[in-house]
Design a binder for this molecule. Structure first.
Ligand SMILES: Cc1cc2nc3c(=O)[nH]c(=O)nc-3n(C[C@H](O)[C@H](O)[C@H](O)COP(=O)(O)O)c2cc1C
Length: 208
């Protein structure tokens, strides 16, 4: 499903939810302009909710050489971490596949905001870290789904925390930002395959 559903109308929210999948095989192109992409992400940042309206999420959009640098760093770091004894080839292929994309979105949470709230409202101390992660996940979902409405594929990756330091150095990331997830995206080379669905009745309960 691309930008429009069959009858040429914009996707409904439900159609967009279905269109969002983990797409691993991407192109190095994008069907929309960088400006439109930035607007799509900015719109999500503005409208996605956060606990106590804390707005703790920070997003960094890596394009061109910066996207390449991120995945090259990840390869170097993982190769070293795996050592000589283990076969690095499958990991290299996986990371090169993420590099073969249009861009990568980095999702951060500003820990200064979280600790500020913990100080202000100590009775919720432990909850603020949880809510911060939940807020971040809402941004991930909103952007992933918004990209899907444009026919753009993406997946969700977690190479944090091992890439955090190199990423912070290379992209001028403030010390207080914690990396939560990475999202490679681009035009779809191969769509996602079939997905198994557990019975809804095992997962959704109504008490009238
Ligand atoms: C919280 C969360 C973490 C995930 N982490 C990863 C990950 O590290 N690597 C990955 O390839 N996919 C990751 N995924 C993608 C899931 O495997 C995927 O969403 C799920 O299998 C359903 O497939 P779909 O996205 O095509 O609907 C993650 C998804 C969620 C919601």
């Amino acid at each position: 499903m691309g930008l429009f559903s069959n009858d040429n109308k914009e996707m409904t929210f439900n159609e967009a939810m279905e269109a969002r999948r983990s797409v691993y095989s991407l192109k190095e192109t994008l069907s929309i302009s960088d400006n439109e992409l930035e607007e799509l992400i900015a719109h999500a940042i503005k409208h996605v909710p956060s606990a106590f309206n804390s707005q703790s999420t920070r997003i960094v959009l890596l394009l061109n050489d910066n996207k390449d640098k991120f995945w090259e760093n990840a390869k170097g770091i993982l190769k070293e971490a795996m050592g000589e004894d283990r076969d690095f080839e499958p990991t290299r292929q996986k990371l090169d596949n993420f590099k073969h994309s249009y861009g990568t979105i980095l999702f951060y949470e500003d820990q200064d905001v979280v600790s500020g709230l913990q100080e202000q409202m100590p009775s919720y101390y432990d909850n603020f870290a949880i809510w911060s992660n939940q807020t971040n996940a809402m941004h991930q979902y909103a952007i992933w789904t918004a990209l899907a409405t444009k026919g753009i594929g993406a997946s969700l990756q977690h190479y944090n925390p091992i890439v955090d330091e190199a990423t912070a150095n290379d992209f001028d990331i403030p010390k207080s930002w914690k990396l939560v997830a990475q999202m490679p995206f681009g035009d779809v080379r191969e769509p996602a395959g079939q997905k198994e669905f557990n019975p809804i009745e095992d997962r959704f309960f109504v008490r009238k």
